[in-house]
Design a protein around this ligand. Sequence first.
Ligand code: GTR
Length: 419
Amino acid sequence: LAPTIAEAQKFVANYDESKIPDYQLPDPLVTQAGEAVTTPEQWRERRSVLVDLFEKHVYGVSPKPCPIRHSLVSCDENALGGKAVRREVDVFFGESDDAHSMRLLIYTPTKSTGASAAFVGLNFQGNHTIDPDPSISITESWVRDRRDDSTDGHRATAAGRGVAASRWPVETIIDRGYSLVTIYYGDIDPDFDDGFQNGIHGPLGSQLDDVPQVHRWGSIAAWAYGLSRALDYLETDSAIDATRVAVIGHSRLGKTSLWAGASDPRFAMVISNDSGCGGAALSRRAIGETIGRINTSFPHWFCDQYVKYNENENACPVDQHELLALIAPRPLYVASATEDQWADPKGEFMSATLADPVYRLLGTDGMGGKSLPDEMPAADQPIKSGRIGYHLRTGKHDLAKYDWEQYLDFADKHLTKKE
Ligand code: GTR
């Protein structure tokens, strides 16, 4: 539901650094009891406490993994002029005949010898929008009414084929030797507030009966749960090496890829593209989009407990740099865009630097180099020599070719098979 005028007026966005309220960040390397975490063993304990806090206060508790089954829907061995095999695979959340399902669109390079590393990411408008190929099935799930010819009310139409192609450079990904797996996020959970009933919330939600309502999973957690079940399927797919899967997402789906990567350590690399508030950006800076604002515009994304931190960020037991730290020591890439102040690029960069000590404690080089950069890098000057990558791209809130170029380089560095 759109915020009422009175609600929206309450949340006038601040973009002025000098008006950031005083705040104190929790330290990922200090326990709730105030003790320093100085060894990898102590971090493991601290990590599980932090996961629990993020579940209860931010994204909500998800059900235990359900068993999955799958069925092949289509296969084109000659996609992209013979460079790729394109498949559609339905993955079902549960073994029953009427289990809810999501459709995976999978491209694997034909020339690959053995299983390839892969990028897995959710898309906003349907698998058919990521490439104009007319044989990709049009999603039958609920879609946002775009009031153009790509939708007819809440149904997707053929006119939407390829409209999101600029965000999904399939051929480049294949040429670089990677597979691409994408899923329409609305297959998992439709993106509107219905009291957590539709999508997988309905059929799987009953498993959360013993979890207080305020701590139950919101939509971001449901989408992340879907990504983990996709990974369960990929573990059975011989064309893909499930130990070398990068999870990627833009914006709300960047928040989702971060939570998927933090909550499921099987993701070998995590990419946050312009994820902003509730993603990579520090909430306590309260600049651009804030917790109060996001909970008002999107009451279904987070758990109900998160509302307690509207205009009250300091009371939240965690902040988003600790979410990034949960991904350590796995490679993590955070990207921002100059014209995306709503997502607070500086807060995203600071978060990445604040996760660095955890990466170093675990024996990696963190952001690379001996010490952290004092300042944010200039636009289009990526930092990508260490385990934590960062760039500020010139331009708008989008997933662009430039972003993918950096991610592919980063993957070359970290996801190449060790012989
Ligand atoms: C915006 C929202 C952001 C971001 C974005 C998106 O309306 O305020 O947090 O998630 O949507 O997903 O495109």
